[in-house]
Write a protein that binds this ligand. Structure first.
Ligand code: DC
Length: 224
């Protein structure tokens, strides 16, 4: 199977670019952030505090998560309910970041992610795909962009979805989330040693997609 790992901070453009690459190459796009967000949503709905690790861990017994694809788009099911839209709010982003720092939560999601990669050619988007989930991935990409560029992109996405927020709020949430995600003890969002660094600040989407496809094709050729 071909397994492409795409890691990097939020808003670097991973999902937009990975989706386009998946479409062009016929791979399945796996958004692993949706899994952490779904657990965050469950915790928020239960009125459990983000810091309450003990109760968050015991809730894992009450959660089943599944990924499905509807017309090529990933959907995530939390105990059978499609929560794909509910997990995209700024509040749930912060819950996702908090639950993702808990080792038991990460262990809970490990098999689901590895199974997808075992069964399908995937391009998997996350923070620890190249370092932890798929250490033998065909290609590992670490995608970055400036915080301002990333916040601008995220702000635009949220506005388009009709979610009320400000650019300043998005930027400060993003900086806080980056700090949480990259300094936590388990699976911090850092590049794998053999990751290819990909700066997505300036290029238009089409250029980035073409460049990434070239990198992937070369790596597949080299492994033959
Ligand atoms: O990619 P995203 O913004 O949807 O991710 C939501 C949160 O989940 C983010 O704060 C980091 C965390 N996450 C993670 O720790 N590991 C992953 N593989 C994907 C996401």
């Amino acid at each position: 199977m071909i397994n492409i790992a795409i890691d990097g901070p939020s808003g670097a453009g991973k999902s937009t670019i990975a989706k386009a690459v998946a479409k062009a190459k016929g791979y399945i796009y796996v958004d692993t952030g949706a899994l952490y967000r779904s657990i965050g949503l469950w915790v928020a709905r239960k009125d459990i505090a983000k810091e309450d690790k003990e109760n968050i861990i015991s809730e894992l017994d009450n959660i089943t998560l599944e990924l499905g694809y509807v017309e090529g788009t990933q959907r995530v099911y939390l105990n059978g309910e499609d929560v794909s839209n509910d997990i995209r709010t700024p509040e749930i982003s912060m819950y996702a970041s908090a639950v993702s720092a808990i080792p038991e939560v990460r262990a809970f999601l490990l098999d689901l992610q590895r199974d997808m990669a075992k069964k399908h050619n995937v391009i998997m988007d996350g923070r620890d795909i190249g370092t932890v989930i798929l250490p033998d991935a065909t290609v590992k990409i670490f995608m970055t962009a400036s915080p301002e560029g990333r916040a601008k992109r995220r702000y635009k996405e949220l506005c388009e979805k009709g979610i009320e927020t400000t650019y300043e709020e998005v930027l400060s949430d993003m900086i806080e989330r980056d700090r949480n995600d990259s300094t936590r003890d388990v699976a911090p969002a850092v590049p794998a040693e053999d990751a290819i660094h990909f700066d997505n600040s300036s290029d238009g989407i089409e250029n980035s997609v073409a460049e990434l496809i070239e990198i992937i094709d070369k790596a597949i050729e080299a492994k033959k």
